[in-house]
Design a protein around this ligand. Sequence first.
Ligand SMILES: C=C(O[C@H]1C=CC=C(C(=O)O)[C@@H]1O)C(=O)O
Length: 326
Amino acid sequence: MYRKPNEEVVTAIFQSNNELYTTKDFLEIGFVFAPFSLEEGVVLIRPDECYRSKLTNQVKLNTKELEVSGFGKEEHILLVEKGIEEIQVGHLKKVVLSRKLEAKISKSPIAIFKDLLGNYSNAFCYLFHHPKVGTWCGATPETLVKIKEGKLNTMSLAGTLPFEENVEPKWGAKEIEEQQMVSDHIRNSLGNLMEDLKIGQAESVRAGNLWHLRSGVKGVPRSETSLLNIIESLHPTPAVCGIPTKAAQEFILQNEKYRRTFYTGFLGELNMPRDGETSLFVNLRCMEIKGDSVAIFVGGGITAGSDPEKEWIETQNKSKTMLRIL
Ligand SMILES: C=C(O[C@H]1C=CC=C(C(=O)O)[C@@H]1O)C(=O)O
């Protein structure tokens, strides 16, 4: 079940058996759920039954300050320090480092999903379940790619500050440089696949209790460009992996002390309805639900200008997007 950013309609797609289908070439139709490492298999939910409904009875939750446990701080700071060293010796320019935190829940997955819808209107909110994969939900601010009527839209997203009512975010050199790196990377990797590519000015966008810097990216894919080409050139974006991509991915796989599985993968509608719109989102601000426990996934972009303590606080702030709902 999902609702696209700033829309009112919730769509539910149900597959009528428990087979685990995967995509081969992104020409299939359905809902995809892709892991960070694509070779683990991109799950496809076949749309045997589809329902659409307008949102009703949205409840705004109290936004009072949340206390977040400091568990895992030392380990995360060491990881960030290692990332900074790798950048200083010149192996990487940027790497996104993340962690997982656990919490108990007393709400049902459906109640959690409803609260995501009611509180994050400009996010892509979803609840995913497959008996052989698990149950996930989230409210992500990042579009991986949207293709409609031959036009492509994506975004360069990076840089984070806490949101404060009536206060404009003041971006520092670290965030501006970090977001510029993402824009440059998108230009390099998508440029050859497109007739023309335009990357807009960076602007501040709100994502729940946070601000991000975002540039819109628009273009028209060349006639010979396939969706698979586009996905392979964009995923994993430097907003979730790093620069250069391969070296950052290796660093992540070797140094993060857990497996990301579907966090920082992507998900969304594929060719729905037949030959229609594809809109895929990066799986951020998300959690995996297992009975009465959840695992929340949070990370941040590390550059030469990163301060490990601040990076830790940034992950604490990102975890509040989900913790508030719980
Ligand atoms: C990796 C995450 O956020 C990414 C998206 C926006 C801003 C980010 C940052 O400022 O570091 C991250 O690149 C996450 O939320 O777990």
